[in-house]
Design a protein around this ligand. Structure first.
Ligand SMILES: [Zn+2]
Length: 303
């Protein structure tokens, strides 16, 4: 991931449906609303943009809406934002007070996930997303200040949108891999999940429960390439709001196939990705601790 605003050149067609000749718009693969400054120029057709916009809004407003407003996160419609919200007393549901967003100690919520089904060697039909749990990050200082001023513990509200959250991660991971590769360089496993044609997000999206120390950056994206000389798995590592105690995720974006395909991808990823190519033995000895180490070797085919 490059630091700071980056505009990558257009791929000449829609990166999602592959359509050529349609009107294409610039794609913030990490949504602007979440602080994203990485853009692929002329990358999404209007139809695909409609699809991706829906799940992005679910997350930006439903899960992180109050937090984004209270911490004054970027928005294209900032002037239309609500200035106050009703806050319910956590101990007395009949009591609520209208408070300015600036006083509200909004919490951030993430989903705690296990590793993706693919890395676990599970069939694509096994959906583990029902085990994704909300993990809430509370700002203790602002909480104490709120209680001192209003005399009660505030409640928090979030919408449960696991499907949209998984699709958003898949979209971000795909964009991250496209920052060094072209869509035609690899078999794009993640596309049907982003477009909603396949529903079991837990097959390609997962995480680790251990929370890494906060980073200095707002978000951290990495590409990892893993596999054998004739089959290379492309994985994106994603941490949003990395300057908080946020969770880290991975997305199985796709794979390069055949010796020639793998060689060409490796050349493009040289210096920009963490790469591991070798026999099962080399890999298991050196990197067994990595959370994206696949459980089954050789890798099973994608379903
Ligand atoms: Zn499209």
């Amino acid at each position: 991931m490059s630091h700071g605003p980056t505009i990558l050149p257009s791929k000449g067609r829609c990166i999602y449906c592959g359509r050529e000749g349609a009107r294409l718009t610039d794609e913030h693969f990490l949504p602007f609303a979440l602080g994203g400054v990485h853009v692929i120029a002329k990358a999404s057709c209007d139809e695909c943009a409609d699809v991706t916009k829906r799940f992005e809004q679910d997350v930006a407003r439903g899960m992180w809406g109050d937090a984004r407003i209270s911490y004054s996160a970027p928005s294209r419609r900032k002037s239309q934002r609500a200035t106050h919200l009703w806050v319910v007393d956590a101990e007395r549901a009949d009591r609520r007070v209208k408070v300015p967003y600036a006083d509200y100690p909004a919490s951030m919520v993430f989903y705690k996930m296990h590793r993706s089904g693919f890395l676990e060697g599970l069939p694509a039909t096994v959906d583990t997303s029902s085990a994704w749990q909300f993990s809430v990050i509370i700002n203790e200082k602002r909480h104490a200040a709120f209680e001192a001023k209003y005399g009660f513990k505030p409640t928090h509200r979030f919408r449960h949108v696991p499907d949209s959250f998984g699709r958003l991660l898949a979209k971000i991971g795909y964009g991250q891999v496209l920052s060094s590769l072209d869509p035609s360089d690899f078999h794009q496993v993640c596309i049907p999940y982003i477009l909603g044609e396949k529903r079991n997000l837990s097959y390609i999206v997962g995480g680790i429960h251990k929370i890494p120390p906060p980073d200095s950056l707002g978000y951290v994206l990495n590409t990892l390439a893993f596999g054998a000389p004739d089959r290379l798995l492309l994985i994106a590592e994603i941490r949003l709001y990395a300057n908080m105690h946020s969770l880290q995720y991975h997305v199985v974006v796709g794979e390069a196939r055949g010796h020639k395909g793998v060689e060409s991808v490796l050349r493009k990823l040289d210096g920009v990705a963490e790469i591991l190519v070798g026999t099962a033995h080399d890999i298991s000895v050196s990197k067994r601790s990595l959370h994206w180490f696949p459980q089954r070797w050789p890798l099973p085919p994608f379903e």
